[in-house]
Ligand binder design. Structure first.
Ligand code: SF4
Length: 301
């Protein structure tokens, strides 16, 4: 039997990520969506997050199948799935691939040891409904896709939640507060309410602490009812701005630049397009110390 590898990562061309990119910086949006630049490079500090997501997705799907009495071997086991994903990305991550993989596998191994084959600890209080499934929703004439890491129903409250996995050096209060007003979480709240009505309980952050002793903490994302109410307008405003600049026939290198220290060099490190903004043309591949980048205290992915 051919085993399956769950596709983690972006949900395709209708991903809400397009609007998030616009809100981050119109110039970044233009590089990515008008010039078609692929920023999936070793500079991306989210490489750790990719492997952690891969491991958690395979653990969750295997727990779900075991609970339902099926054959979990339909999917790769979590550690093998992570190795396969790392191998696939080796051309980007280079000599650090094995180092990152080893580090992330230790975290997921510890998680699996704690949770057990039937999810008796971290997944104890939930029924797993969907793993990495794409949901589509409509705002005005626009259709968007989002792929929650996990959709679960609480066995305690009966409410349905989308879980979003985050990896942190150490989970802190700020780790949980920072995402609530992000367009991604506002969107989850908006379509979650429409899809599940009174059964919906809101997005949840599942934080994976990647520094020993490993910690796994699950908390609801802060409530943002006012922003959820305004979500359709937020989408329509962004789409209107995108269309306006397109109608101007503006050169992609001449889009508005956010040019703000917290965006050009934020908590995930330098914006992937920073060198292009500095020099006007893609520079020769920059020397990147990925190990230093991934171990830097406080970096999150
Ligand atoms: S470096 Fe700054 S101005 Fe340039 S694309 Fe990135 S965020 Fe925008």
């Amino acid at each position: 039997m051919t085993k399956r590898l769950i596709p983690v990562g972006p949900s395709g061309p209708r991903s809400l990520e397009r609007l998030r990119s616009w809100r981050k910086c119109p110039q970044f949006f233009a590089y990515r969506y008008l010039e078609g630049m692929d920023f999936a490079t070793a500079k991306n500090p989210l490489v750790r997050g990719t492997l952690i997501h891969q491991g958690l997705a395979h653990h969750a799907i295997q727990v779900k199948i075991r609970r339902e009495g099926g054959d979990p071997d339909e999917f790769y086991d979590p550690l093998t799935a992570m190795a396969l994903r790392a191998h696939e990305q080796r051309h980007l991550w280079g000599e650090y691939t094995e180092w990152i993989l080893d580090r992330c596998q230790k975290v997921i191994h510890a998680f699996m040891e704690e949770d057990g084959p039937l999810g008796e600890r971290h997944l104890r209080d939930v029924d797993i409904l969907h793993v990495e499934q794409v949901f589509s929703f409509q705002v005005g004439p626009h259709t968007y896709d989002q792929k929650p890491d996990l959709v679960v129903r609480s066995r305690v409250t009966g409410k349905i939640h989308q879980w979003d996995h985050k990896s942190h050096a150490h989970p802190t209060l700020a780790s949980f507060k920072r995402y609530a007003t992000d367009l991604k979480f506002v969107a989850l709240g908006w379509w979650g309410e429409r899809l599940w009505g009174k059964d919906y309980g809101g997005p949840v952050i599942f934080s994976v602490g990647i520094t020993e002793p490993y910690q796994f903490v699950c908390k609801p994302s802060e409530a943002v009812p006012f922003m959820i109410q305004q979500f359709p307008q937020m989408c329509l405003d962004a789409e209107q701005e995108i269309a306006m600049y397109a109608s101007e026939d503006r050169a992609p290198r001449n889009y508005p630049k956010t040019a703000h220290e917290e965006v050009c060099f934020g908590s995930y490190g330098a914006c992937d397009a920073r060198e292009i903004c500095r020099w006007g043309n893609p520079p020769a591949a920059a020397e990147v110390n990925l190990v230093e980048m991934l171990t830097a205290k406080g970096r999150e992915g």
